[in-house]
Design a protein around this ligand. Structure first.
Ligand code: COI
Length: 356
């Protein structure tokens, strides 16, 4: 049992667990929710009322500010469970820190890292049985914060809720994906909120993504808003290209989310002897690399999908088919290693795991 020591969490467990209704062999991403959720309130300048109760609907005034102005941030993280029934979190402190970077940008209060971690671990300890044990499955965790003032004037809210719930999930993508390089719409602008996990970034990406999906592409590769010349992200993930023996990825900036999976992938690649370049990546060099057969592979890296291999890139009216991802040496080896690492089956040489 996790000792609740900072938050004094009031715990009320459900008497009606839904765990036996779950189809463990067919876990769909984000549709089934574990029994409990954590909620705490921010008012009068401090966090209070920390509680864990059954997963249930929230009750709000229609005037609640988040519903109008989108003052909301979130994180995505995953837990795993190994044979000795330990719950394992992958780099949770990094999520907690990034959450606070997002909070600052969106004028929201900090959730101190120890508080964030205590809430998370206490919740997961209660819903431990919901953490899948099968390789490839995991418990996707969604910490988020919303502005709750019942006020329609525009200013930062004075009250907030910090909530965590979780969903047992299978694979986000079951196969490799065709993507389109977007050269009209933008996900983020310099000086904007692109580096924050703010709800509005995702809302704004839906329309261009939908247009691309109508043409048969699963995701977009976003380019810079000014010239559409530099590659930024792939869908909701960071993007990595292998050219020769070098892994190349756009350098984090205020328009690119500092991905934790991305950083982990690059650390592993360096450890395996690959050369890694974090820098500006032009659309032209990627298209040229496809044309001259030096693009070995391309993939998205993010929490939900872990690694999403790319099988085709569309640019300027042309579909460029990539090498068969099932034969990609780096990403297949990487996915197998990361999956095994996160389940506690590898030496934790990078000190990334938190077990409890
Ligand atoms: C994540 O990988 O956690 C994401 O942010 C994707 C999410 C929008 C499903």
């Amino acid at each position: 049992m996790i000792q609740s020591n900072i938050l004094d969490i009031k715990i009320k467990k459900t008497k009606n667990s839904k765990i036996n209704t779950l189809d463990w062999d067919n876990l769909v991403f984000g549709r089934a929710f574990s029994d409990h959720m954590f909620v705490m309130d921010y008012k009068d300048g401090k966090w209070c009322n920390a509680q864990i109760s059954e997963f249930k609907d929230l009750n709000f005034s229609p005037a609640t500010s988040v519903l109008h102005y989108g003052q909301t941030i979130f994180e995505g993280m995953k837990a795993y469970r190994n044979e000795d029934n330990s719950a394992i979190l992958f780099r949770p402190e990094e999520n907690a820190k990034r959450f606070n970077i997002s909070a600052e940008r969106m004028c929201m209060p900090e959730v101190p890292v120890p508080m964030f971690l205590e809430a998370l671990k206490t919740l997961l300890d209660i819903d431990r049985e919901w953490i899948p044990t099968k390789s490839g499955n995991s418990l996707y965790i969604r910490p988020f914060m919303i502005a709750t003032d019942p006020y329609v004037g525009i200013r930062p809210s004075e009250t907030y809720k910090f909530i965590i719930f979780s969903c047992p999930v299978g694979k986000y993508y079951t196969e490799s994906v065709p993507v389109k390089i977007e050269t009209k719409y933008s996900r983020a602008v310099s000086g904007g909120t692109g580096y924050a996990k703010a709800g509005g970034n995702y809302a704004g990406s839906l329309y261009p993504a939908l247009l691309a999906q109508k043409d048969g592409y699963r995701q977009l590769i976003w380019t810079d808003a000014k010239e559409h010349k530099y590659i930024e992200e792939a869908g909701t993930m960071n993007v990595v290209f292998q050219i020769g023996n070098t892994l190349i990825t756009p350098k984090s900036s205020d328009t690119i989310l500092a991905g934790i999976t991305r950083r982990s992938v690059l650390d592993i690649a360096r450890d395996w002897g690959y050369k890694v370049e974090e820098r500006k990546v032009t659309v032209k060099e990627i298209i040229d690399a496809i044309k001259n057969n030096s693009l070995v592979e391309a993939f998205g890296a993010g929490t939900a999908a872990t690694i999403a291999q790319i099988n085709l890139i569309h640019f300027d009216g042309i579909d460029y088919k990539l090498n068969d991802p099932s034969k990609s040496e780096f990403s297949n080896k990487l996915l197998a290693y990361l999956t095994s690492y996160k389940m506690g089956n590898e030496e934790d040489k990078f000190n990334w795991l938190v077990k409890f």
